[in-house]
Design a protein around this ligand. Structure first.
Ligand SMILES: [Zn+2]
Length: 343
């Protein structure tokens, strides 16, 4: 593995319905989440849809652990020793082979045993590296246990920075405590890092702010597979985490930079939703660009946030994109915050 920093800015890059399992899981978590508890978590995409205070925390409590009891971690073979693992939370990417096990994101701590078991069915090698696509707890919740087990955790500088401190989300009226030491990335990068493992050149590249200000995409060039984290919610409106430096226009800019890097045969692992094609990623981008433009027009017309939401600028997209994680009004509210600079 080699790591390098660069001075210049980096360039860069439809979901199945939320399963009933996830909906139940999320509902259960919400009921059990206490304000200012370290036990909050982003458990499934329906969380926001329901209300969602408790989105980004990292560590569900012991009491919540049983809420994950029925989650099944499934592996999808992508060839070349690569797999998509899905359970509850962000999609995982996995590379196995003679050089060691490389994991992208790790969902929630209570799923750690299941994730390890799913990996153990594919390889007898422990996880050597974990790369986080961004700091949210449904992607980093397993860091602590993997770190304690000896994995080297790698992420963008801002992932470690945000995980290192207590934080509060006004959007969801929810606090997230600082992560324990073992959960923090031990190697961070400003722009990019390249792993040379298992016959793959694995390019990990920071993008301009979009979902958060610490996003990274992981491109397995020889295998023509790319994990884009929460830069892509396949088939649903994304959560634009404006409070973590995210931006709706950043999404469009970043996707426009990624699209030329991939082709019609590329398998795209989204942060949430089913594995996708370039055309599906482009469709997602076009929705975001359209909604951003519509909201900007309303803002230019001096509409208030409530008036913008009431104008339903997403109406023509809602039947297809508004039934998942983010409901239309919530999404429009965040787009408004993004385009006006409000938080
Ligand atoms: Zn996220």
């Amino acid at each position: 593995m080699t790591a390098r920093r660069r001075e210049s800015g980096g360039d860069i890059p439809n979901a199945p319905e939320i399963s009933m399992l996830n909906q139940n899981l999320v509902a259960s978590l919400l009921r059990r989440t206490r304000p200012h508890s370290p036990a909050t978590s982003m458990a499934g995409m329906a969380l926001l849809a329901i209300v969602s205070p408790a989105l980004f925390g990292v560590r569900p409590s012991v009491a919540q652990a049983d809420r994950f009891a029925n989650v099944v971690v499934e592996a999808t073979d992508l060839g070349s020793g690569l797999y998509l693992l899905s359970g509850a939370g962000g999609n995982l990417g996995l590379s196995i082979g003679p050089d060691g096990t490389f994991l992208i994101d790790d969902q929630f701590a209570p799923l750690n045993d299941k994730i390890k078991a799913a990996i153990a069915r594919l390889t007898d090698q422990p996880v050597r590296f974990v790369v986080n696509t961004h700091w949210h707890g449904d992607h980093t919740g397993g860091n602590e246990k993997f770190g304690e087990a000896g994995a080297v955790i790698v992420a963008h500088d801002n992932v470690r920075r945000r995980m290192s401190v207590d934080s509060f989300s006004k959007a969801f009226n929810d606090s997230t405590p600082a992560s324990p030491h073992a959960a923090l990335p031990v190697i961070t990068f400003a722009e990019s890092v390249v792993f040379h493992l298992n016959g793959q050149e694995i390019n990990v590249r920071h993008t301009p702010p979009a979902h958060t200000d610490g996003d990274a995409v992981i491109h397995f060039r020889p295998a023509n597979v790319i994990h884009v984290g929460d830069l892509f919610f396949n088939g649903m409106y994304p959560f634009v985490d404006v409070e973590s430096g995210g931006s709706i226009d950043g999404y469009v800019t970043v996707i426009d930079a990624i699209l030329p890097m991939i082709d019609d045969n590329t398998r795209i692992i989204p942060g949430h939703g089913a594995i996708a094609t370039k055309a599906e990623f482009k469709a997602f981008r076009d929705v975001l660009a359209d909604v951003s433009q519509a909201v900007k027009a309303l803002v230019a017309d001096k509409k208030s946030k409530d008036e913008v939401i009431a104008a339903k600028p997403t109406a023509k997209w809602d039947a297809k994109w508004g039934n998942g994680f983010m409901k239309p009004d919530q999404f429009v509210g965040l787009v408004y915050d993004s385009v006006t600079g409000a938080q």
